[in-house]
Ligand binder design. Sequence first.
Ligand SMILES: Nc1ncnc2c1ncn2[C@@H]1O[C@H](COP(=O)(O)OP(=O)(O)OP(=O)(O)O)[C@@H](O)[C@H]1O
Ligand SMILES: [Mg+2]
Length: 209
Amino acid sequence: MKVISLANQKGGCGKSTIVINLALNFALQKKRVVLFDTDPQKSSYETLQVREDKLFKVVGVYSDIYQNLEKYEPDYDYALIDTPPHDTEIVTVSVVCSDLVIIPVQDSPLDIRSTKVTVDLIRKATLLNPDLKCYFLLSRIQPNTVLAKELAEILTNRYETAILKTQISNRVAYKYSLIYGKAVTEMFSNDAAATEINDLSKEILTILS
Ligand SMILES: Nc1ncnc2c1ncn2[C@@H]1O[C@H](COP(=O)(O)OP(=O)(O)OP(=O)(O)O)[C@@H](O)[C@H]1O
Ligand SMILES: [Mg+2]
């Protein structure tokens, strides 16, 4: 089972939106997926309760991440972990237990600066898990601006960490689809948001292959 965490202690950067879309997209591709929501705000957990089908397993886990991963390991292909903005301990444990950590960052210098806390936490986690792969993901960007391009360069240079080729734009489809607990790829398959999530899924699977 491959473990993917979404982490950034800067709140509101799109962790839950992205993790829900990835989990749904992988499950729609017939992969066996379990999503751990480690945020006591339960945004991913609650959002997915509105679905009538049980396309994949969603579990609220606020401690014992390692034990839960061990429990689900035999029956699942991918575990996705949504982490909270502030609780350092749960973010650290999630990251240490992961194969891949994705750090969504919004296209603003303020967000890039506050991401340092999470980058430092992940560097420490790498001492315990040297095989951990880590990538930034530009999230909620204004499409078709030079801002995202310039900020992507600043981000990778400042923190010497790779950045995913795929970028997630600020689009109504991401909000609308979650009213129904659906992925953008399910509800708006012709929208640019669906292309972004499909590209992101492919990029992640390539990194983990
Ligand atoms: N790509 C996007 N396009 C439009 N709106 C978005 C996008 N991503 C997230 N949002 C909106 O931004 C807000 C924050 O997103 P989300 O809850 O996914 O972030 P988060 O990082 O999980 O936040 P927290 O740190 O509080 O857990 C939500 O209102 C969500 O609907
Ligand atoms: Mg969240």
